[in-house]
Ligand binder design. Sequence first.
Ligand code: F6R
Length: 235
Amino acid sequence: MKKIICKNYDEMSKAAAKIVEAQVVLKPDCILGLATGSSPVGMYQELIKSGTDFSKVTTFNLDEYYPIAKDNDQSYDYFMRKNLFDHITVKEHNIPNGMAENPEEECARYDAAIEAAGGIDLQVLGIGVNGHIGFNEPAAELPANTNKVTLTESTIEANSRFFESKDQVPTAALTLGIGGIMKAKRIVVLVSGKNKAPIVRELFKGNVTTNIPVSLLQLHPDATIVMDEDAASML
Ligand code: F6R
């Protein structure tokens, strides 16, 4: 796993944006896997500013709350429109349907759509303070495919900052599984802030465990972690 340490959040965002831009220049019709949360927002701003031509790019987001409507301003669909898709033109963007009647069918449909598109060329990820990637929470076993998960107390707590109160945070989500993430040809992980320093330290201890889902990325042949000095401060 490669690591790039940047001075601060802005530098991290620029470094990650360069990786995404290079991917799009190299393969204009590439498939990008995207994430929500605070970590990639600066990178999305850099991508918008860059003037890169995304018109042939297809995107698949990692996850969506369940149940949640697209027009709910807490949905990841809404987040992606506000932070990226209202500002750039992509060929097609996909997010799991948080209102699907049958979530299991929706998960299978989503995996099939990624497969049919040719698979993810570059997956962008953030890390939860507990080491989750997507909504794959620490557990003895982790599902390979896109699946519906119940969120842990720590994730509900962490995500409550975006809601008026903690009890408004949905308790479930649809998320790409570990297999779906690992199938991406390249992975770039963005990490910033002192609160992520302990999990970054765990990650670079070199052990692989489903109790720290991000640690599984050490088995990926082309994963890069781009972090700021605060996130790297316990290394
Ligand atoms: C978001 C996602 C999550 C976040 C993680 C970090 O689509 O799947 O795994 O990447 O919770 O969130 P932030 O960036 O807000 O610290």
